[in-house]
Design a protein around this ligand. Structure first.
Ligand SMILES: Nc1ncnc2c1ncn2[C@@H]1O[C@H](COP(=O)(O)OP(=O)(O)OP(=O)(O)O)[C@@H](O)[C@H]1O
Length: 610
């Protein structure tokens, strides 16, 4: 498939924008401090102390050389002062090493704690967002960038702290150099300006490239998954898709590689050129200092101090500017992360948040409900009017795409109706507290999640706080027929499920479905929703499950979606949907007498069994 040529230059982020991204740094450090205040402050103090050591050591070096020169010329040698100076320099060298090790240790500990913290926050934030946000591709890109940059954020932390540390080193060295020879500053400026120009030139470009490729990287991840995963392996082999997927992957990644290669080459070339100018300026300064020393203006100690300081200053300043670019680049990613954390669940925040009735009195009512999915112009359902009475079991029947699952999503408040409203006991459902409202429902989705966790966790998911309540888990497993699954597994409830982890065992579709039903028993909710609950069960299991459903839904309000009329029989009434509208609603007898779509579908299925 031809792909439009992508130009990241159009997307390029300029120096000013990179600079602006620094505004996220204070919030970033506040978060790090919160993770471990003690370690944070210890790190800062260590760095401050470490920052003043280089200039002191260079100064001691100067004093040592001057003392050596004096002692060479002296008739009677007194080396006491010299040894004291050497001992002091030795002590500082050890201290500097210890401080550096302590700093990198605390950097990595803080970094680890912070990345754990961010991952937890990303998981929690994702759960707070609305389904329409989760189903949006822009959201995925944001999530991807927020998630991907975990290691980048750790590097950002230590880079920023090192930057502050180096600033102190630079100021102290500058003070030393300027107090000797202010003219050296001019040469210093000449030696570092090329580096700054280079950084401005390339700043933000790599970020722009990476950012403009977020979609494609997601596609690459998907292709990697599709081409090399246990889930897709069967069909990839069967259809011989492997080369096709590998070629698509390679084609896409080659384009990215070429763009980043071009950028890296430009950067390296210009970097080398500017470095020649910088090094030239350094040697100019060196020659200047040598002349002054030969002329007797500087001592030998001054020569080593000044050339050492100048060299360090230059490399520190260069480091400062290069690091500045990597800090602003990472800070731009920080913007993605904070934007993600600041996403708020759109709209349906209500001023009034009523608590839910203990027991449903009247039931639910859909009043002229219509719905379009976000960013879509098509009415998926429209003019929907029906009641789901307290204690009633209502089945939704209809062909694929008729809108059954959409009605469930609206009932569960995953989406707000585009028009009309849904009421519970005559009060619009949007007025109830959303979290409590969702807890009201037990749902078995047709595409329920097969968590690659233990069997116990997979059942307890219905009511995770009860994970240690063995009798509740036993009862749920018993009632859902999941008991036999437990007995078949060598590690029983503790058996890891799925193939991803060591000792993991995968289950058949029907066995998984029993576990999904067990979750509903765990939850013991007011309203039950069964979305195609028997589709993966064999004939015997279906009959058994049918009995279980009767039990499960006893005394409860329930909605059942099924294409199997044997399951639909549980319902008191049946609602038939066609093209997003209610075609007919009534008991099995009534609909058979009606002799419309329901009767037709029922007879079709019955004929299939003959
Ligand atoms: N997230 C979505 N965004 C946009 N359109 C969607 C989305 N989910 C479903 N649709 C569309 O809404 C229509 C109704 O889908 P829905 O899943 O409600 O049908 P259904 O009756 O449950 O079908 P099935 O029996 O196949 O499960 C379909 O045309 C589908 O393409």
């Amino acid at each position: 498939m031809p792909r439009p040529k992508k130009s990241f230059e159009t997307n390029n982020i300029n120096f000013r924008e990179s600079f602006a991204s620094l505004k996220f740094i204070p919030r970033f450090f506040k978060e790090i401090r919160k993770v471990n205040p003690m370690l944070f402050y210890a790190n800062i103090s260590g760095r401050l102390l470490n920052a003043v050591l280089p200039v002191i050591m260079l100064w001691l070096g100067k004093l040592i050389i001057d003392e050596v020169v004096i002692q060479i010329a002296a008739e009677s040698k007194d080396l006491e002062r010299l040894w004291m100076l050497v001992a002091a320099e030795f002590g500082l060298a050890i201290l500097s090493d210890l401080l550096s090790r302590g700093i990198s240790l605390s950097d990595s500990l803080l970094g680890d704690q912070y990345s754990i913290d961010t991952s937890v926050r990303i998981i929690k934030k994702t759960s707070e967002l609305n389904l329409d946000q989760l189903e949006d591709s822009e959201f995925y890109d944001k999530l991807e960038r927020a998630r991907q940059q975990t290691t980048g954020r750790v590097a950002l932390m230590s880079n920023t702290l090192t930057q502050a540390e180096d600033l102190v080193v630079i100021i102290s060295l500058l003070t030393g150099v300027v107090s000797f020879e202010p003219w050296l500053i001019v040469l210093l400026v000449v030696s570092i300006v090329p580096t700054i120009i280079n950084e401005i030139k390339f700043s933000g470009t790599s970020y722009s490239l990476a950012r403009s490729w977020t979609q494609e990287r997601r596609e690459l991840d998907y292709l990697r998954y599709a081409g090399a995963s246990d889930v897709t392996a069967k069909e990839v082999k069967l259809f011989g898709l492997s080369n096709y997927l590998a070629d698509r992957f390679k084609g896409l990644s080659d384009t990215y590689y070429l763009q980043s290669k071009k950028l890296a080459k430009q950067r390296a070339g210009w970097g080398a050129f500017f470095n020649v100018i910088g090094t030239g300026a350094y040697y100019g300064a060196y020659v200047f200092i040598i002349f002054r020393t030969v002329a007797g203006i500087f001592s030998l100690g001054d020569l080593t101090f000044l050339s050492g300081s100048f060299n360090r200053l230059r490399s520190k300043l260069q480091g400062f500017f290069t690091r500045f670019t990597s800090i602003t680049d990472s800070a731009l990613y920080l913007q993605d992360y904070f934007e993600f954390l600041d996403l708020s669940p759109a709209e349906n925040v209500q001023e009034e948040s009523l608590s839910l009735p203990e027991k449903i009195k009247k039931g639910f009512e859909f009043r002229d409900v219509g719905f379009k999915y976000p960013k879509s112009e098509k009415w998926v359902v429209r003019h929907i009017n029906f009641e789901l009475k307290a204690g009633e079991k209502l089945a939704f029947v209809g062909e694929n795409g008729a809108g059954k699952t959409t009605l469930i999503k609206l009932l569960l408040r995953f989406y707000e109706p585009t028009e009309g409203e849904i009421l519970l006991d005559d009060i619009p459902v949007k007025n109830y507290d959303q979290v409590a409202y969702r807890l009201y429902f037990g749902v078995i989705f047709q595409d329920f999640v097969r968590f690659e966790l233990s069997l116990r966790e997979n059942i307890a998911i219905g009511e995770i706080d009860e994970i240690r309540n063995q009798s509740r888990i036993d009862t749920a497993a018993e009632k859902s027929l999941a008991r036999e699954v437990v007995e078949d597994l060598p590690l029983g409830y503790e058996q890891p499920l799925g193939k991803r982890f060591k000792h993991g065992k995968d289950l058949s579709g029907g066995q998984w479905q029993k576990i999904a039903i067990a979750r509903a028993y765990m939850k013991d909710s007011e309203v039950l929703i069964l979305d195609e609950p028997t589709s993966a069960l064999d004939a015997r299991a279906e009959t058994e499950a049918f009995q279980r459903f009767i039990q499960l839904t006893q005394g409860k309000t329930a909605v059942i979606i099924s294409h199997r009329f044997s399951t639909v029989r549980i319902a008191d009434r049946i609602m038939v949907l066609k093209d997003g509208a209610v075609l007919e609603i009534g008991t099995h007898q009534e609909l058979m007498q009606n002799d419309k779509l329901y009767a037709e579908l029922f007879n079709l299925q019955a004929a299939g069994y003959q």
